[in-house]
Design a protein around this ligand. Structure first.
Ligand code: SME
Length: 164
């Protein structure tokens, strides 16, 4: 019996392991950084059924304390610049720790992109503690994320840090 409350579509760990190998190979490949990030959005959205909007926010000049929208896959968003502290992304930029929000309707500091989004996970990309960017994933499902998602996405972000 499933008591976890997660959706049946939750990706099996083998999928995450396989995806990490793909990400590692991609990072080492010859393409430009943003092309690699774009390909990662496609890889994640195509293989994990509860990842519906997948995108990156990047830190331009750290002293501006602002996130700039980078490569993404999903509906266009008007939130191309997000100040540190604002919304889930802005909170993660300040705290430099992953936030997994299983029900965004209960999150007071949230920047809405689309009414269909129910949950969001945001993972910082860090090098030596400094923030380089964020990986932001929206889901149309309620409570879709597990600790395995968090561990997987944190490993993805670790692999990506050398690109910055
Ligand atoms: N919902 C995010 C804003 C970015 S969009 O999801 C693309 C937030 O609250 O930070």
């Amino acid at each position: 019996m499933c008591t976890s409350g997660h959706h049946q579509e939750e990706a099996a760990p083998e999928t995450f392991k396989h995806l990490l190998e793909r990400v590692r190979a991609l990072v080492e490949g010859p393409h430009e950084r943003d092309e690699k990030l774009r390909t990662i959005c496609i890889l994640l959205a195509a293989n994990v059924l509860h990842y519906h909007w997948v995108g990156f926010y990047l830190v331009g000049r750290p002293e501006k304390k602002e996130l700039l929208l980078g490569p993404f896959l999903g509906d266009p968003t008007e939130h191309v610049r997000i100040p540190f502290g604002r919304g889930i992304c802005g909170q993660v930029a300040e705290r430099r720790e992953t936030r997994m929000v299983q029900d965004i309707s209960r999150e007071p500091n949230y920047v809405a992109c689309s009414p269909s989004v129910k949950a969001e996970i945001v993972v910082p990309i860090l090098r030596n503690g400094a923030l380089l960017g964020l990986l932001d994933i929206d889901s149309r499902f309620h409570s879709p994320f597990s600790v395995e998602d968090q561990m997987f996405l944190e490993q993805v972000c670790e692999l990506l840090a050398p690109l910055f």
